[in-house]
Design a protein around this ligand. Structure first.
Ligand code: ADP
Ligand code: MG
Length: 694
């Protein structure tokens, strides 16, 4: 249960003076439902009201605070004319302009002949200085009510800056000192204030430096959030480690046979990753390991060998992929190898129905099938294994946490290997998974050539088509990827279809095929195989070819409106080519107008083929939210920490969390109690529930 000291922070925002249900709704959308959410809504800018010039010197465009005498009111003389009030000091005149408001209020606030302090942005009209709707109008003796420096917050329709500012000021009144949950030596060493002072000072910036994310107060708040997150993850991990797993340590016979039959040697990275995986599998605790490797780095064979280890011990293994195309491809790759060693494998996708499906399920339940490959269909309720001991999830970021868990439940304390071709920067990985074990395939199998990547202005499309024509004449296989229009596959589709029509007119119908996500699986298969094995040289597609598709003969890829894709996604797409020994080329078509960031991003891609580096750069340039792209990235939603800026704090938070639990696994010490408050403050209540039950 949430401690009483936190009740005020979790009161509804509508408890604040002046926030009714109507405005409350808007603020809730903007920040969240509770007072704490408003406190987490940190200022983005400041308004400095310390510029107090004489009217004659006042610079147009600046925020100024003026001491003026009210000269005369000029009520509006037409519906669209503003109410004007002329004012002046001993150097000149200025007109105050109001497009709304009533006369009584104006006369009351700005009585003719009196002096007022006004503050707002200056502009001019017909050479006369004016100020529209001053932010502050105060009698000189009340000047103290106006902040010299004002925090400026991100807004949304329905909430005025003033309302929000007031709401935040009143929520700040609830901020009280809480017991220090951080290690006091660390706080001292970082020269940080206590939590409540850091929060107060963040909302009361004194200069522009105070709102930068690397300001000490902000760092402290970010670290609090990161520690809460890491501690919650570590508690969860502590729980998982307590569950007993299965010891998997096969005799290696099946594996040796496969290795003998492969036409290649494993790379050093593959060997090392397998060592790490076998080590984990051997343990009585459960394995949860991430295998990261760029497209084409050879994850599939690693997965297969791990599965064979499980099978050597009499268990079954499951390999789950996010799409049917991918699942099939894995099946196609693995089937001939399984044949060599005489084990049965099965394929189960959403498309399998009736008798065929029943047969697979029966064979699975009686253990005839050793490896089941499939899509989301694998965790349907009636899919029952005889003894599942290892589950592998490919392209894990396409699955939600719950889906991973659902698969894990198909066995008892099974080992899990998740694989991704979207390298995750370390900092992000730590935030999403805590201290997850990971293996990396850093090098490509021998004999691969680097892909050459060029960025070309969209207005040179004709030249690109000509170049493609020359390549087709030489027999090349070419991908043509159509732009992401929006988060809408219907619009994506329209663009792809239009391009398909145009290109098939140009190159001839039998040379060009189209695939997109809305096609029936059979049509998709036909298009894909006409490209991989048939006469088709040019495959026009939406991003459905993004993950895993393997046509080694393909050597050219054209990507339209490359700037609309994420870096990691472009890199993924590009990984469809360069899979054989031939030199491959990727052409990134960009729109004529590009932001500096977009330009920088495309440049990175043309300079590097290293997925890990690209992922780190993407994080720097775009921020965390977009790097993994999807809601299902598993990344926690951070309010105060910015992964791109506070990345260095994540490691410290993770280390600290580990140490804390080592010394005080139930969080009962004095600091442990304070840390519980921290967890509640950041709404990691379930972690505390885990502590109690554990
Ligand atoms: P990923 O799934 O990581 O994108 P794949 O497992 O599909 O990559 O491997 C890509 C290609 O490289 C496959 O054709 C595979 O047979 C081949 N391959 C895998 N490991 C090696 C290796 N050590 N040497 C040469 N080729 C390899
Ligand atoms: Mg793969």
């Amino acid at each position: 249960m949430r401690p009483e000291s936190l009740f005020p922070y979790f009161a509804a925002i509508t408890n604040l003076p002046g926030i009714g249900p109507r405005i409350g709704k808007y603020i809730e959308k903007l920040a969240g439902p509770h007072i704490i959410d408003l406190l987490w809504h940190l200022p983005r800018e400041i308004t400095d009201r310390q510029y107090c010039p004489k009217i004659i010197d006042a610079e147009i465009g600046r925020i100024a605070t003026l001491n003026v005498k009210i000269i005369k009111h000029h009520p509006s003389n037409g519906r669209k004319r503003p109410y004007r009030i002329s004012c002046g000091d001993d150097t000149g005149e200025i007109t105050l302009i109001f497009f709304r408001g009533d006369k009584k209020w104006f006369l009351n606030q700005l009585p003719e002949g009196e002096t007022r302090i006004i503050s707002g942005r200056l502009d001019s009209y017909n050479d006369i200085k004016q100020m529209a709707h001053p932010d502050y109008i105060l009698p000189p003796d009340q000047i103290g009510e106006m902040p010299k420096i004002e925090a400026v917050y991100q807004l949304m329709a329905g909430v005025t800056p003033k309302t929000l500012y007031k709401a935040i000021c009143s929520s700040l009144k609830h901020v009280k000192q809480l017991p220090e949950w951080q290690d006091s030596d660390y706080v001292k060493q970082q020269k940080w204030q206590s939590w409540h002072l850091a929060l107060l000072s963040t909302h009361n910036p004194q200069n522009i430096l105070d709102i930068s994310s690397d300001n000490p107060a902000r760092q402290r708040l970010a670290f609090d959030e990161l520690l809460a997150n890491q501690l919650a993850l570590a508690i969860m991990r502590q729980q998982v480690k307590k569950q007993s797993g299965i010891i998997i340590d096969g005799d290696g016979k099946l594996r040796q046979k496969i290795l003998n039959s492969l036409p290649f040697e494993l790379t050093k990275c593959q060997i090392r990753s397998l060592d790490e995986i076998y080590q984990d599998m051997k343990q009585p605790s459960r394995m949860l390991r991430l295998l990261q490797g760029d497209v084409g780095s050879g994850k599939t064979i690693v997965a297969l060998l791990a599965m064979l280890n499980a099978i050597e011990c009499g268990g079954q293994a499951a390999l789950m992929a996010p799409t049917e195309i991918l699942a099939k491809q894995h099946f196609k790759t693995i089937a001939p190898l399984a044949n060599i060693i005489g084990i049965n494998i099965g394929l189960l996708t959403g498309r399998d129905k009736g008798k065929a499906r029943d047969k697979i399920l029966t064979d699975l339940a009686n253990g005839k099938i050793s490896i089941l490959i499939g899509t989301h269909a694998l965790f349907q309720a009636d899919v029952k294994f005889k003894s599942l001991t290892l589950a592998i999830i490919d392209e894990q970021h396409k699955f939600g946490v719950h889906q991973r868990l659902a698969l894990a439940k198909k066995g008892n304390g099974i080992d899990m290997l998740v694989m991704t071709a979207t390298p995750i920067p370390r900092t992000l990985m730590m935030s999403a998974y805590g201290d997850l074990d990971d293996s990396r395939l850093l090098e490509k199998p021998a004999g691969r050539k680097e892909i050459e990547t060029i960025v070309i202005n969209n207005n040179r499309l004709d030249e690109v088509v000509n170049a493609v024509e020359r390549k087709i004449a030489q027999g090349a296989k070419i991908y043509w990827v159509c732009p992401l229009v929006e988060e809408s596959d219907i619009l994506d589709l329209a663009a792809a279809e239009a391009r398909f029509l145009q290109l098939s007119k140009h190159f001839g119908k039998d040379k060009v095929a189209l695939v997109h996500g809305r096609m029936k699986a059979k049509e998709k298969d036909d298009a894909m195989s006409s490209f991989s094995d048939g006469n088709v040289n040019l495959l026009v597609s939406t991003t459905v070819i993004e993950v895993g598709v393997d046509v080694p003969a393909a050597t050219v890829m054209v990507i339209e409106h490359a700037e609309r894709f994420g870096l990691a996604q472009l890199h993924q797409l590009r990984g469809r080519i360069g899979r054989g020994a031939a030199q491959s080329t990727c052409i990134l078509l960009r729109s004529e107008k590009l932001s500096d960031t977009a330009r920088a991003r495309l440049k990175i891609l043309s300079q590097s083929n290293d997925g890990f580096l690209i992922a780190e750069k993407d994080l720097e340039l775009r921020g965390a939210g977009e790097v993994l792209g999807t809601r299902q990235s598993g990344l926690p939603n951070m309010r105060l920490a910015d992964f791109a800026i506070h990345g260095h704090l994540i490691k410290a938070a993770a280390d600290d969390a580990k140490l804390i639990l080592l010394k005080d696994p139930k969080l009962t010490s004095e600091r442990g109690q304070a840390l519980r408050i921290l967890l509640y403050l950041f709404e990691r209540d379930s972690a505390i529930a885990n502590l109690q039950s554990g």
